[in-house]
Ligand binder design. Sequence first.
Ligand SMILES: Cc1cc2nc3c(=O)[nH]c(=O)nc-3n(C[C@H](O)[C@H](O)[C@H](O)COP(=O)(O)OP(=O)(O)OC[C@H]3O[C@@H](n4cnc5c(N)ncnc54)[C@H](O)[C@@H]3O)c2cc1C
Ligand code: FES
Ligand code: FES
Length: 452
Amino acid sequence: MPALDYLRRTAGLNGVKEGCREGDCGACAILVGELVNGAMRYRVVASCLLPLGELSGRHVVTIEGLNRESGLTPIQEAFVVEGGSQCGFCTPGIVVALTGFCLSSPDLTEEEALAAMEGNICRCTGYVAVVRAVRRFLDNLRPAVAAMEDRTRALVRCRVLPDYFAEVPSLLESIAGMPEPSCSPGMEFVGGGTDLYVQRAEDILHAPLRFLSRETSLKGVWRDKGQVYVGGATSTEEMRESEIIRESIPGFTRFSCLISSQLIRNRATVAGNIVNASPIADLAIILLALNAELGLEKDGEKRVVPLARFFLKYKEINLRPGEIIEWIRFRERTRDALFNFEKVSRRKYLDIASVNTAMAVRLESGVIVEATIAAGGVYETPRLLAETSALVTGEAVAPDLVREAALRACKEISPISDVRGSKEYKSLLLRQLIFAHFITLFPNMRLEETLV
Ligand SMILES: Cc1cc2nc3c(=O)[nH]c(=O)nc-3n(C[C@H](O)[C@H](O)[C@H](O)COP(=O)(O)OP(=O)(O)OC[C@H]3O[C@@H](n4cnc5c(N)ncnc54)[C@H](O)[C@@H]3O)c2cc1C
Ligand code: FES
Ligand code: FES
């Protein structure tokens, strides 16, 4: 069952609120802590999309686990003083998310604190009072936390965390080595569960589940023989934190802010994004433009499939029953390689795309020697724009070329009208976003003055 149901109905921890049950509101946010190389690492996650089995051997923190026996924590105090809580429905989730931020952020900046709470929606306050409360709390906390001090110890000393947090690592060590649930054929794979639990929560209630994000062999980012590998169960947030990703996909930290919220990115895996095969999947579009390949495995049998040949038809993919995406790989970036991602949605943040597109390009002496452009929301699958990519390759960047590329791109797609826009609007968006790629990647050419 989802952890939310266990926490509220069985454990009676009603501070965890049930709002949307789709990962959109953050009312059900909890902290999940695990020992990583001997130190605790906490992540804030949506308990409505988290299978209970994922909590085995972990430290689970709800608002009840942060409350003091008497009096308020400094976060709660700041919310009271600034009027940051009105009906209070969102407040436990917000306090949990902010506490999670304090546990993991080296710099304790207001900007990062607010980014960490981007998945927490409040219908009452209009956020101004919430922002004031966060500012008040951080202004008081920063001088009290020394840079080199163990963060958990510092937060216990400042009363942000109850004393028992100091004992948690040894408690978790004492239960380490508990057997993981065994795997058997026919098990349903769960990556982060952020698609599965939105789409099929009822169906999988009684299904045997295999929790891929607990399998360390499927996690991480590494380099090998000129390729960058991303383990299939690596979360979007883990990709954001990876130095290798930052070097290999310029701008990824910025683009990935447009992908869901930290609450969801903490769980959402790269393989889940690909297997879900949504035509607007953001990571799939980014990886298509990088000419990525997938390493697939079943019962020791392995094969490699180019991502461009993985998507067959709407929601139909080249994955055999029981096959796992072990890794995704793409060529290491050369110094002259450029990359851009554009996404337009009805809301800038916390929304899925109407149209998204990515472009990877390499220039030699002003001539494009390699280009790959992909687009989403304009075809039944994430779409590699092969003809447009070929059209610009071997050409010098110029306004006419960009116009021609945008025209060709619109001929390679067949968008449908839906809630995210009419087919005409989506074609127009793609044209504008192709312009945007070139304007962004070649600022010296001042293309924005000539392209209309
Ligand atoms: C509130 C919210 C906002 C979102 N916003 C965005 C957004 O902005 N952009 C976006 O692209 N997506 C968004 N999503 C969708 C989702 O978060 C992503 O698609 C995510 O990457 C899915 O990964 P997951 O690990 O959670 O997949 P899961 O739900 O765990 O799995 C999805 C499918 O993939 C299969 N699977 C998972 N891992 C593997 C593997 N290694 N091998 C084989 N099969 C596997 C599962 O069996 C399942 O069929 C959002 C979702 C929510 C709830
Ligand atoms: S109930 Fe809304 S995010 Fe979980
Ligand atoms: S205080 Fe009511 S939802 Fe935030």
